[in-house]
Design a protein around this ligand. Structure first.
Ligand code: GAR
Length: 205
C-alpha cells in the first residue's frame, strides 16, 4: 500500500507543488493524502484543490479568539491529521508555526521540516533575509537549504539532506531567494522519498 504523506503549509506552497509534481512522476515514495494550512488565504490551498488533494484549514487565531491555548491548537491539529489519515510522514513545507510537545507526542520521529539555511545557521524566521544581509556585510559567501527531522528546538534536529547555495556578487535579495527556492524544490521531494523508501525515522524525541 502506498505510504501516506500529510503536508503542512502556510503560504504560497511552491514546495507543496514540487511534492505534487514529484508524486505525479512517481518520484515521491508515497501519496499526499492531506494538506493542512494554518492560514486561510494560503495559495497552496489552491494548488491542493487543483491536484484534487483534500485540504483543511486550522488557524491559531480561531483558538485564541475562543480563549484556547496554543497547546489546544497543536493537540487538535494532530488529532485532525491522525483521524483523517494515519500518515507515515508529516512534512512541514513552509509551515510557519512552532509546534509544541502536544503535536510531537502523536507523530514523534515522523515529522520533517524544510528550512532555507544550513544546519546550525540562521534558525527561525527570515533566514534568507538574514543570509542576504550577512552577505552584503561581507560575512558570508554561501548559505543553503536543509531538510531535517523535527525536534522541539526550532530548526534543529538531525539533517536528512542539505545543499549549499552560493551568494553571488551582484545578487539582489530576489536573486538569492530564487536560487534557494530552486534548490528547495529539488531536495524536499528527494528527502521525502529517502525517508519513506529507507524507512528512516528520527529516534524518539
Ligand atoms: C520556503 O522557503 C521554506 O524553506 C520556508 O518557507 C518557504 C515556503 O515557501 N520555511 C521556513 O522558513 C521555515 N523555518 P513555499 O510556501 O513557496 O513552499
Amino acid at each position: 500500500m502506498s505510504k501516506k504523506i500529510v503536508v503542512l503549509i502556510s503560504g504560497s506552497g511552491t514546495n507543496l507543488q514540487a511534492l505534487i509534481d514529484a508524486e505525479r512522476q512517481g518520484q515521491l515514495g508515497g501519496n499526499i493524502a492531506l494538506v493542512v494550512s494554518n492560514k486561510k488565504n494560503a495559495y497552496g490551498l489552491a494548488r491542493a484543490a487543483e491536484a484534487s488533494i483534500p485540504a483543511s484549514v486550522k488557524t491559531l487565531k480561531e483558538y485564541k479568539d475562543a480563549g484556547k491555548s496554543r497547546e489546544d491548537f497543536d493537540r487538535d491539529l494532530a488529532e485532525l491529521i491522525d483521524e483523517k489519515q494515519r500518515p507515515d510522514l508529516v512534512v512541514l513545507a513552509g509551515f510557519m508555526h512552532i509546534l509544541s510537545p502536544a503535536f510531537f507526542s502523536r507523530f514523534g520521529g515522523r515529522i520533517i521540516n524544510l528550512h532555507p539555511a544550513l544546519p546550525g545557521e540562521l534558525d527561525g524566521a527570515h533566514a534568507i533575509d538574514r543570509a542576504y544581509s550577512e552577505f552584503l556585510a561581507g560575512k558570508r559567501t554561501k548559505t543553503g537549504v536543509m531538510v531535517h527531522f523535527v525536534i522541539p528546538e526550532v530548526d534543529k534536529g538531525q539533517p536528512i539532506l542539505t545543499q549549499d547555495v552560493p551568494c553571488v556578487q551582484g545578487d539582489s535579495l530576489e536573486d538569492l531567494e530564487n536560487r534557494i527556492h530552486a534548490v528547495e524544490h529539488q531536495i524536499l521531494p528527494k528527502a521525502v522519498k529517502l525517508v519513506l523508501d529507507e524507512n528512516i525515522y528520527a529516534k524518539a524525541i
